[in-house]
Every structure is written in C-alpha cells, then in structure tokens.
Design a protein around this ligand. Structure first.
Ligand code: ATP
Ligand code: MG
Length: 225
C-alpha cells in the first residue's frame, strides 16, 4: 500500500491498478494518438482527479479555446469553471508562436499556481512555430527537463499522424523525453461499432501489459472495460 501511495493516480478507472497505482511522481507522461482518440479527455480526467485530491492543477492549451474545453469537461461532470473560481485549477491558452517565451511562461504559471499536475495539450503545434525538427527536439527536451525540475507530474499530448508508422508521437522524439508513453487507438470495428483502446508503450519502474487495453468513453469519462 505504501508503494501505491507513492504513485500519482491518473483517475482513469481501471488503469491505475494496471500501472502500480498511477504515474511516477514528477514524471513527464506522453499521451499520443490520432484525432478524436481521447487524449484531451484523458488529460482533463487526470487534472480533475488531482483537484479532487486537493492538488492545484494547470491546463495549458495550445489548440483549443479554453471555454470550449471547460464546457466539454462539464459533460463528464467535471466543473473546472467552479474549480478555477475557487483558485484550485487554472486554464491558460498559449499562442504557438509565442514559443520562444513558452518555457518562461510555463514555469511562471506553474510557480504562480503551485501546480502539482500540469497538462500541455498539444505539443504537436510546437512545429508550427519552429523552423526545423532539430529545434523542435531541442525545445521538447528542454521542456521535459524543466517540468521534472519544478516538482509537478505532467501530461504532454501529441498527435500521431501515420498510425502505421513506428513513431509514437508527432515528431518521433517526444517518446524519448517522456518517462511514460500511452497511445490511444480505435480498434478495427465490427458492424459500425467503434472499439477504443490504449496501449502502454513504456513506463519506468513499472511492469506493464503489452496487449492493447480496451477502453470506453462514457458520461463519466474514460474507463478500462
Ligand atoms: N459524453 C461522452 N460520451 C461518450 N463519448 C464522448 C463523450 N464526450 C466525448 N466523447 C468522445 O470523446 C472523443 C473526444 O476525445 P478527445 O477530444 O479527447 O480526442 P483527442 O484525442 O484530444 O482529439 P484531437 O486530436 O482532435 O484533439 C470524441 O471522439 C467523442 O467520441
Ligand atoms: Mg484534443
């Protein structure tokens, strides 16, 4: 039980017991997958779990409008507007082209909020603001190192464009800077039925199953079925 307590529960029903209780404290965790596979829902669920436990949480959006995000979360019963008014959660939009200041902005926000859980959704747009892949790699590496230093547990989301490729992220480097990698998928469906799944690609210090784990998204969020 003591060992479990040292983990950071994701809040995804059924997942934590598979991964020894949750994410490793202070880790950077990559959630990647194709469009609509549930990356943002995963990230919101992770933050809501933290807020329930009295931790301050921070959502950095580089893609979606903040009010849209919070409205989407309400469908699952997660009232981030309320948490934000109470000073327990903060949602910040960072324009991708401000990337040169991105790390300063990020660290300032984390410190100001004293956030224990941080989400950056999505790192894929980093490429828009930077000239070449080398720059992207350098920035992602620096970003992950900084996140680890400030004492929060974080999720980075990333899009996978070519699902058949061996890349687990947009730039093929995010998986190397992250302590854990979970990919989100649609499984081949029969008779118009969509089956969702996640795969745990790697997780330090954790014995992981290698088969896809079937999941569902319903009115309470993501759960392992
Ligand atoms: N209340 C709900 N019940 C069931 N499924 C839902 C509900 N709300 C959203 N979904 C599903 O969740 C999916 C949205 O997932 P999400 O936005 O997290 O995907 P994403 O991986 O972040 O996609 P993108 O790459 O577009 O950002 C939708 O495809 C939708 O089918
Ligand atoms: Mg999303």
């Amino acid at each position: 039980m003591d060992r479990l307590r040292k983990r950071i529960p994701t809040g995804i029903s059924g997942l934590d017991k598979i991964i020894s209780g949750g994410f490793i404290p202070n880790s950077v965790n990559l959630i990647s997958g194709g469009a609509g596979t549930g990356k943002t829902v995963f990230a919101l669920q992770f933050l809501y779990e933290g807020a329930k436990r009295g931790e301050k949480v921070l959502f950095i959006s580089m893609e979606e409008d903040l009010q849209d995000l919070k409205d989407d979360a309400k469908v699952f019963g997660w009232d981030f507007d309320k948490l934000e008014n109470e000073g327990k959660a903060k949602f910040v939009y960072i324009y991708p082209y401000e990337i040169t200041n991105f790390q300063t902005l990020l660290i300032n926000e984390i410190t100001r909020v004293n956030a224990k859980r941080v989400v950056i959704d999505s790192t894929s747009v980093l490429g828009m603001a930077l000239d070449n892949e080398f720059e992207v790699r350098k920035q992602l590496y620096a970003l992950a190192s900084q996140l680890k230093r400030v004492g929060c547990t974080s999720i980075l989301t990333s899009e996978i464009i070519d699902v058949e490729s061996n890349k687990f992220s947009r730039f093929g480097v995010e998986e190397f800077v992250a302590d854990s990698v979970i990919t989100m998928h649609y499984l081949k469906s029969s008779k118009n039925k969509v089956t969702r799944a996640m795969r745990i690609i790697k997780m330090r210090r954790t014995l992981i199953p290698h088969d896809p784990i079937k999941i569902k998204i319903d009115k309470k969020g993501i759960k392992v079925v």
